[in-house]
Design a protein around this ligand. Sequence first.
Ligand code: SAH
Length: 348
Amino acid sequence: MLNLFAQEINKLAEQMVAEGQKPYRATQLFTWIYEKKARSFDEMSDVSLKFREVLKEKYTLELPSLYLKQESSDGTIKCLVALKDGAKVETVLMRYSYGNAVCVSSQVGCNMGCSFCSSGQLGKQRNLTVDEMIGQILIINQLLEAEGKGEKVTHVVVMGTGEPFDNYDNLMDFIRIVNHPKGFEIGARHITVSTCGLPDGIRKYAHEGLQTNLAISLHAPNNELRNQLMKINKVYPLETLMPAIKEYEKVSGRRVTYEYLLLSELNDTKEYADQLINLIKGTMGYVNLIPYNETNLCSYKRSSGNRIHQFLDYLTKGGVTATIRKEFGSDIDAACGQLRAKVEKNII
Ligand code: SAH
């Protein structure tokens, strides 16, 4: 069985043609599931009874369900989403002044093993399917709809659990559905993918012809520290990663965002700011400084507000554009993987 929510529209059109149908059937089905929100084939009144039966034999409309939700005083909603095999992933709604952003997970767990991140603690169980990623947006849209203010998801960041470029093909179909006018109709510039820095994925992504945003989790400006924080750096060190980023910028014409987690007394000194400036000088990218969400799974400490601002100042004076990431949901289990880790360990 195929899941209809997993089908990218052009691929669906090909499947329809293979069924002896006209390609426009794909658009018709997209309209039913995304615009008219049909959740059964019997609702599709302008599809013949006979073809509905064919569809029922080949496709399901199964979606993940909301298992648990935590709402913060700032309106942030963190959801634990249950998948059909019982696995659970986190999805977060963040309310910015410019819109509603959803942080989507791309894998159950993660194999990248970053030492500061709770998501990787349990390893990777499997990739998410396209419908499981789409389902996360649908759940958030449902929550927004229930609020009755006519709001919906306007921005998507693939920055939840998992390494998106380790699930490349599903990620691409997901993005095309999110972006398509008959899908979620979310503009490419409102879509961001965050990677720990897999050079092959970065290069391939450059050639997709998309105007989406790419964020690189850098976190350290030299191999010694990056090896400590992100074991993937031992496989793809900075001298392999940086050329891939330069190629991405050249091919796509887009600048990347470097995510830089500030860890107290570890990577937040002037020396590190200088190294960071030197490292990214040849690229067009800018830096997003991330205040660390402390977890009890490791001993890293968050840099103080003063130090974060000082670091920002060093970068700005060094000619690098930088911002500090706005924090959401500080009164709930906001750190990546924290909620899932707690539930899996029966703490809540
Ligand atoms: N694998 C991808 C996307 C998932 S992680 C990537 O590495 O980019 C999303 C972002 O959250 C990454 O920048 C990651 O380094 C960061 N992150 C992980 N744990 C965090 C924590 N406890 N506090 C703040 N940011 C964290």
